[in-house]
Design a protein around this ligand. Structure first.
Ligand code: IPE
Ligand code: IPE
Ligand code: MG
Length: 255
């Protein structure tokens, strides 16, 4: 992704230093099942609690001055789960859009769903179109929900779209640059994520934003997703402030 973010806000740290608020934070919301199991509840109960945690994350992101939040909510690999759980996860996305769209509109949030929507049911596709259509004029804050999303699938779909353009004679093979290919990814108008957070203690990427997060900072949190809070979000951002992003160079501190 090539578009740069608006001038990032600065925050004074507890230690007196200054950090640049990450424009785009992406979260792998993991641990709903374990949270539920520990309480003798069903996995779906855990996912329901997870929706509340997602609402808290959106609020915290806006309060912090983050301008784009991407939430990983259903992966292309999650179809491997029992049919009942998959059905419930589909139902929770639908319910979230129906219940929260009016409020998100009032709060001027732009909603966007990334992932392969072709294989979703017509009712979900219609809700996604509605959520995106009714919020597309909002620009201060973008909520991206990664649903039926897989980084490899996204790159493969982009490759097919590029190949089609070459076949149609509108693009030359030598014009396929990183910038050109990224134009065909699902959300080419938001900046790459600066910070990727994963809850639940797992330390893997699970096919999330593998192109866009090439130079993101990663923070892994030992908290199950339903227990996520503004306070935990703040701590992750504090950790991000302590990182030196080098992008392959020698960095500001090296002389
Ligand atoms: C994350 O929680 C939600 C989704 C992947 C849909 P999990 O359902 O993966 O919870 P654990 O990892 O089994 O605890
Ligand atoms: C990643 O979590 C996907 C989402 C959070 C939607 P998973 O729980 O599916 O990932 P793995 O299977 O532990 O890698
Ligand atoms: Mg999991």
């Amino acid at each position: 992704m090539t578009v740069s973010a608006a001038t990032p806000s600065k925050t004074v740290l507890a230690g007196g230093g200054e950090g640049t608020v990450p424009a785009h934070v992406a979260i792998i919301m993991d641990g709903n099942g374990r949270w539920a199991k520990a309480r003798g509840l069903t996995r779906t109960d855990g996912h329901k609690e997870g929706v509340d945690a997602a609402r808290r994350a959106v609020e915290a992101a806006r309060d912090l001055g983050v301008t784009c939040l991407t939430l990983y909510s259903f992966s292309t690999e999650n179809w491997r789960r029992p049919a009942g759980e998959v059905r419930d996860l589909m139902g929770l996305l639908k319910q979230f859009i129906v219940d929260d769209l009016p409020r998100l509109k009032r709060e001027k949030v732009r909603v966007r769903i990334i992932g392969d929507r072709e294989n979703l049911t017509p009712d979900i596709k219609a809700l996604i179109r509605r959520a995106e259509g009714e919020t597309k004029m909002n620009s201060a804050f973008t909520l991206q929900i990664a649903f039926n999303y897989g980084g490899r699938d996204e790159i493969a779909r982009a490759a097919r779209a590029v190949a089609k353009r070459v076949q149609d004679g509108v693009l030359k093979i030598d014009d396929i640059t990183e910038a050109q290919l990224s134009e065909f990814l699902d959300a080419s108008d938001v900046p790459d994520p600066d910070l990727v957070i994963r809850t639940s203690g797992e330390m893997r990427i699970s096919n999330f934003l593998i192109w866009q997060a090439a130079y993101a900072e990663y923070v892994f949190i030992d908290v199950l997703w339903p227990d996520f809070s503004a306070d935990i979000f703040n701590k992750a951002i504090e950790e991000y402030y302590g990182r030196e992003r080098r992008y392959g160079g020698v960095g500001g501190k090296a002389e």
